[in-house]
Design a protein around this ligand. Sequence first.
Ligand code: TRP
Length: 336
Amino acid sequence: MQKEVVVSGIRPTGFLHLGNYFGAMRNYVRMQDEFECYFFVANWHSLTTHPDTKELQNSVYRVIAENIACGLDPDKVALYVQSDIPEIAELYLYLNMLAYKGELEKTVTFKEKARAQPDNINAGLLTYPVLQAADIIIQRAVKVPVGKDQEQHLEMARNLAERFNYRYGDILPLPHAFNYGDELIKIMGLDGLGKMSKSENQQSTIYLADDNDAIRKKIMKAKTDQGPATPNSEKPDYIQNLFTLMKLVSNAEAVAKFEFDFNASSTGNCAIRYGDMKKQLAEDMVQFIAPIREKANAILGDKELLHKLMKQGADKGRSRAAETLKMVRNAVGLNY
Ligand code: TRP
């Protein structure tokens, strides 16, 4: 049976962190056997918010290397850089004719970014969701693993595909946001002030590139408090976050011990010692991240290998993209 096609993109606007790993990359790895997967680095999208490209190149290399280090197999999936697939840009052009200014201006992400960069509200920012739709449609994907914040973009991609089909003939499958049944894991920053971020509050974000000491320092500084006043209290979100992380990287006994301590009372006071919990978490996190970091650095250090892998990904990505573009040109009537 033909496998369903999956597409997802990662913006290379900073270093990948635990939130990216547990929210996205881990699921990509899980999908690679079940689906025909196309994963790519959305470097054109980065230009809408980061016109200065000094760091972009290294970020692109790093995103490729880290995805492989996390378990994506370049022989199973197509792992490529968006700008290596020029077919995407041509499809973006056709889709732009089907996208309306009004709907683009109403997009939540556009409004947020326009507010954040009032001096650079460029047309690329406005048509960001159209480029994203082209990324997806060029591979005729039906499943797109993304978080909640991307659902509006997926709806727009679906609308654009439908409009295309209505006007030019029914050739494009409709894409849908997809995630495994279990809940999407959200990782907060260690300061308890919001999501882990590629570029903001770097001291409270654990990056896959962090060295062992940085990991330890960040975890030891994570926000805690004096502990619960009574047994079986509800956990504040920043404490829950530490437990979430522990469940992801520590063994079940360690988690059970600190759960027990959190809920137990020792002569009236709750028994948990956050210092001990953080020490345990820090060591387990180091064990978890070190092999990923080392593998990524090994790939990054071998530019020849890296380029070979990127070429392999681009060839795979382009082969299906070229097929789609041919169908699209025929449908639009550009086959002279
Ligand atoms: N907009 C996505 C984000 O900010 C990145 C992205 C670009 C993407 N193109 C895509 C995601 C295509 C899924 C499919 O995270």
